[in-house]
Every structure is written in C-alpha cells, then in structure tokens.
Design a protein around this ligand. Structure first.
Ligand code: FES
Length: 149
C-alpha cells in the first residue's frame, strides 16, 4: 500500500488556493516547533461567510496537502462551521495521513483558528458569540465602545 493517498499526492503536487490575500479580514500563522514548518492562512470574510482563503506553507508535503485541503473545506462556509474544523476532518478528507504525519494536519486546523482569532480581534467579537449561534449575545450586557463621550 502506498504511504500517501492519491488525494494527498494530488494536493501536494497541485495545491489549491496558494497565495496571499492582501486585504484579508483574518490572518493566522502557526509553526511546529519540532519540525520548524510554518503555515499562514488568509481569510476573506463577508457576512460571516469565508468567501476566500489563501495559504502559504513552508513545510512538508503533508502540511502542504493539509493546508490545500483545509482551504477547500472552508471556502464558502459560515464562520461558525469553519471554527469547528478539526485536523481529523482534514486528514479524512485527504483519505488519511500516516500516523506520524497527523501533526502536519494539526497545523492547518491551528492556522485557520489563528486567522479566525485575528478576525474576531479586529471586529471586537468573540468566537463564543458565534459558537452560541447568537451573535447578539455577549458575555454580559456591557458594550465596549471606544472614544465615545
Ligand atoms: Fe512538519 Fe509535516 S513534518 S508539518
């Protein structure tokens, strides 16, 4: 049996959505301390839907295939769904990764989450608000407003 699935090889050889989004709404970069690989995700979000996504991965083939597949999985999806994407789902969509390469798919999950964190930070919201499915519901009633007298 081949070590890597056809899908892994396909996404490694022809990665989808490679590049940079200059005016991204959320950017996330993560790295794996052990192997030194780095992944950066750019999200364009409109009306809480990921309308565009691009990535740059300086890493192994599994990391490149994982980022490519992850971008395909989240494009066009609502943020609340994207937030729940797991590395397992990415690996499954690739028809599996060898056990010792599973950590490469973790980078994809983490990079997307980091980009979402950035998006939330820029918009003054929290992921919990979206996870509850009720964006109007914050932790308290307090509104944070800056510079208003
Ligand atoms: Fe580093 Fe795959 S070996 S992400």
């Amino acid at each position: 049996m081949a070590l890597y699935s056809e899908k892994v090889m396909d996404h490694f050889r022809n990665p989808r959505n490679v590049g940079v989004i200059e005016d991204a709404d959320g950017v996330g970069q993560v790295g794996n301390a052990k192997c030194g690989d780095i992944m950066k995700m750019y999200l364009k979000i409109e009306n809480d839907v990921v309308t565009d996504v691009k990535f740059e991965t300086f890493g192994c083939g599994s990391a490149i295939a994982s980022s490519s597949m992850a971008t395909e999985l989240i494009k066009g999806k609502p943020v609340s769904e994207v937030m729940r994407l797991t590395n397992k789902a990415v690996a499954e969509a690739l028809d599996g990764l060898p056990d010792y390469k599973m950590h490469c798919s973790v980078l994809a999950e983490e990079a997307i989450k980091a980009a979402l964190d950035d998006y939330y930070a820029k918009n003054g919201r929290t992921p919990e608000q979206d996870a509850s499915g009720d964006p109007a519901k914050a932790d308290g009633d307090e509104e944070q407003k800056g510079g208003e007298e």
